[in-house]
Design a protein around this ligand. Sequence first.
Ligand code: 5RP
Length: 223
Amino acid sequence: MTQDELKAMVGRAALAHVVPGELVGVGTGSTVNHFIAALAGIKDRIAGAVSSSEASTARLTAAGIQVFDCNAVGELAVYIDGADEIDARGHMIKGGGAALTREKIVAAQARRFVCIADESKRVEVLGRFPLPVEVIPMAAQRIVRQFAALGGQATLRLADGAPWVTDNGQHILDVRGLTIADPPAFESEVNQWPGVVTVGVFARQRAQLCLLGTADGVQTLTY
Ligand code: 5RP
């Protein structure tokens, strides 16, 4: 199976974790796009969605699924999203699609995080995938130096030669060369650096369950 077929398989499998009659939190990315396509088939059985990005909002709306603002709703039963890496405890690196801040916000509003990922995303230790960090632009170069002191090489994410601008109007640093042995401690430390909006380590908002797409089918991992 191709990686995209594995993503489609777990996108469909995630429907089993959507609670009928309730709102569902929806992440961002190519795996989630498969989930949204599947969700469209049961849209009359859910109350709607809370979205983690402008891109997912556009897809949900086009599929006829009503999108609610976080502030207009209470706790969500479940948040379903992909990951760039996931370790054996459900800690993740996220933000490859630059939506990490809203993803963390919606995840924090949900009782359960269900991660949908193909098997290439499973790792022993987080850090092989360049860590996305959303930053306030005026702080970017100091934060680059702070990562250098930890052994990381941070670069500004670009689009067509200009800084990538997130849905929140901020910039993204991608940090290579890190080995994140203690994700909760790392997340807490980097979160406190002035100018960091969101670090793409999801340890506090870790997954409770992962639907992992493998050549042998969907594996369900619980944490
Ligand atoms: C977007 C994310 C995505 O969940 C992550 O990048 C995985 O993406 P994909 O499903 O396309 O592999 O964090 O900000």
